[in-house]
Write a protein that binds this ligand. Structure first.
Ligand SMILES: CC(=O)SCCNC(=O)CCNC(=O)[C@H](O)C(C)(C)COP(=O)(O)OP(=O)(O)OC[C@H]1O[C@@H](n2cnc3c(N)ncnc32)[C@H](O)[C@@H]1OP(=O)(O)O
Ligand SMILES: CC(C)C(=O)C(=O)O
Length: 596
């Protein structure tokens, strides 16, 4: 018996051989009565967009003034009320940008710009200099508090690091008073919080708050970043809840978080941290930022939206947001990025497409039944967590056809792009034809290409018999129809055909049965198996049109035909002839796919 896995009983996996001993597990927080697991998110946090600083500092080519302004204006339009606009002591571009915003009066009254500074005296002075004349601003001081950075970066012990934060806060307080801007708020970040012992993070945060002396009316922002994401999100939530419970002047603080995405779980960490007591989130649009990025404000906001909670940020034109972010960062948004990626509302696979198509049909049915517009109904379409239209996308890309698609995919495209509502058995037949095309090309078929295959397969199946003209009359009692058709044959001759039957299609088949066998097909053995018609909406100035689909059975096989014409009678006759011609071609041994 081979050794088995202790959890699954399956054959044992082999050791990877990777140097696992270089890494140790992150410690857990001692918080047995944690309350966050029972909490839920019921309103949007205070958002702060830090793209222009933390996002910008991670770019190979930092934003120029024009790009910074474009992104700032987008964030204002989206509704952000706090925007970290730069690191004014770092570069002339950052300093000049802040001056531009202030001097050209580009900051709406209800928006606070935020500037960041390290705990270095000359850089603090330069930072406050950049704020002269601002109405509302957040002065943000950071210094790293982690064990590792205390040792290898600063060569300082806990007391010295605390003293640095306290002294710098005193200076910030003085400069704020000197500037005389009543709207200045203070933010302190014990940077690398997730690498800091909790008791020291608490000690330094309390010490800074003591100096700043905030009140419930004039709160200070305390920002607890996952500068590097080091643990599972539940541990970050525990850390936030622990701080939330132990901070001295909690009612005078706004508890902020700033998660990075090193483990790929920044969104989850932010959500759990808010359940644990955080009130404010710093992040970037589409998650730009150092290394794997800052937490993504698009995903966070739209996650709330899909739970029926107003994100208080306008994401209704997400394509514009993505385009601006891509332009400013010179980085692409991944096609699989939640909500905003190019592919995230698209289904290629058959069973997903089938469920989506049925979901849309159910919604349309409900809208028609209740008289409620479709965009007001509760959203319920399988595989689509959000209505693409709510974020400015259309339904065009929802279903895309390739070799993984089934009948629903091509049927959906024909219905949405051409209004052709194929009967289910015809959908199945057509899907097999589409499959031959996608298998051949290994690629995707656009709605135009699907329509083109349909047209060539069914509507242009006009050899050997094409309808040129017809007249029809009903008997006095309406029980029979007599039909006279003029047909163009495969040899280019015209042929007149008369027939009588209970309906037009029937009359046509009877007429055909009187002919010498056209081509290889014996029309006397044809049976009409199915016939459906529906009107088509007028296409621009065109008169109304009709579509008809006919299934002919002969011996053990069935084949469909289709017609589109200005009137239902012509469409029906075309559909029957299309099926006759396709059967004829099959009898002659030519596969329908090969004919396309
Ligand atoms: C987690 C974060 O995102 S924090 C924000 C990081 N962002 C940036 O660094 C972007 C802008 N930075 C810069 O332009 C530059 O680093 C400047 C202008 C701030 C400083 O430049 P320099 O003086 O040349 O220093 P340099 O960047 O090489 O090194 C940083 C120095 O600041 C110290 N330092 C780093 N962070 C801090 C801090 N928060 N408070 C005080 N000192 C700090 C380091 O220990 C180091 O000191 P040392 O020169 O005595 O060894
Ligand atoms: C300075 C802080 C807010 C930061 O950017 C981080 O910790 O990542």
């Amino acid at each position: 018996m081979p050794a088995s896995h202790p959890l699954t009983g399956q054959p044992l996996q082999q050791p990877s051989g990777m140097p696992i001993r270089r890494y140790t597990a992150y410690p857990r927080v001692d918080l047995p009565d944690r309350s966050w697991p029972a909490a839920s998110l019921t309103r949007a946090p205070q958002w702060c967009a830090v793209d222009l600083r933390d996002g910008n500092q991670a770019l190979a080519v930092p934003m120029d003034l024009a790009r910074k302004r474009k992104l700032f204006e987008l964030q204002v339009r989206m509704g952000f009320k706090e925007i970290e606009v730069g690191f004014p002591a770092a570069s002339k571009t950052d300093f000049d940008f802040i001056r531009l915003l202030i001097e050209e009066d580009l900051i709406p009254d209800d928006v606070a710009i935020q500037v960041i500074m390290p705990a270095r005296e000359e850089l603090i002075h330069r930072t406050f200099e950049s704020l002269a004349g601002a109405h509302r601003a957040i002065a943000h001081l950071y210094n790293s508090t982690s064990c590792l950075q205390r040792e290898v970066v600063f060569g300082m012990d806990r007391a010295q690091i605390k003293d640095l934060a306290v002294r710098s806060t005193r200076l910030c307080k003085k400069l704020t008073e000197d500037l005389g801007i009543p709207g200045i708020r203070y933010e302190y970040t014990p940077e690398s919080f997730t690498g800091t012992e909790l008791d020291f993070a608490l000690e330094i945060s309390d010490a800074v708050a003591e100096v700043w002396d905030p009140s419930p009316d004039h709160k200070m922002i305390l920002n607890l970043p996952a500068t590097v994401e080091m643990s599972t999100p539940n541990i970050y939530a525990d850390q936030i809840e622990w701080m939330h419970r132990h901070l001295d002047r909690r009612d005078s603080l706004i508890l902020s978080i700033h998660p990075h995405n090193d483990r790929g779980t920044a969104v989850a960490a932010a959500e759990l941290a808010c359940m644990a007591g955080a009130e404010r989130i710093e992040g970037c649009l589409f998650g730009n930022g150092e290394r794997t990025g800052n937490v993504d404000l698009v995903t966070l906001g739209l996650n709330l939206f899909t739970q029926g909670v107003d994100p208080e940020i306008d994401y209704s034109d997400l394509a514009e947001v993505a385009a601006t972010v891509e332009y400013c960062n010179r980085l692409p948004v991944h096609p699989r990025h939640p909500y905003g990626g190019e592919l995230v509302h698209s289904a290629f696979s058959g069973s997903h497409q089938d469920a989506i198509k049925k979901g849309f049909e159910a919604l349309e049915h409900r809208a028609a039944g209740t008289g409620t517009p479709l965009d007001q109904l509760p959203w319920a379409v399988p595989y689509l967590p959000i209505d693409p239209k709510d974020i400015g996308r259309d339904y065009e890309a929802v279903i895309r056809v390739n070799s993984q698609s089934g009948k629903a995919g091509s049927a959906y495209l024909l219905k949405t792009a051409c209004h052709l509502d194929l009967p289910r058995p015809l959908q199945a037949e057509f899907a097999r034809i589409i499959q031959e095309h996608t298998d051949g090309t290994e690629g995707e078929l656009s709605a135009d290409e699907v329509w083109s295959v349909f047209r060539r397969t069914y509507l242009e199946a006009t050899r050997p018999l094409a309808l040129l003209d017809h007249t029809a009359a009903s008997s006095d009692d309406g029980a029979t129809r007599s039909l006279t058709c003029t047909l163009l044959t495969g040899t280019g001759d015209t042929l007149t055909l008369d027939g009588t039957g209970t309906a037009l299609a029937d009359a046509l088949l009877h007429g055909l049965a009187t002919l010498a066998h056209p081509d290889t097909l014996d029309p006397t053995t044809l049976v009409l198996g199915d016939l459906t018609q529906h009107p088509l909406p007028p296409d621009g100035d065109q008169a109304p049109r009709f579509a008809a689909y006919a299934r002919l059975d002969q011996h053990q096989r069935s084949t469909w035909g289709a017609g589109v014409a200005p009137d239902a009678a012509t469409a029906t006759l075309q559909a029957v002839l299309s099926a006759v011609n396709r059967l004829s071609a099959e009898s002659a041994g030519v596969s329908s796919a090969a004919r396309c």
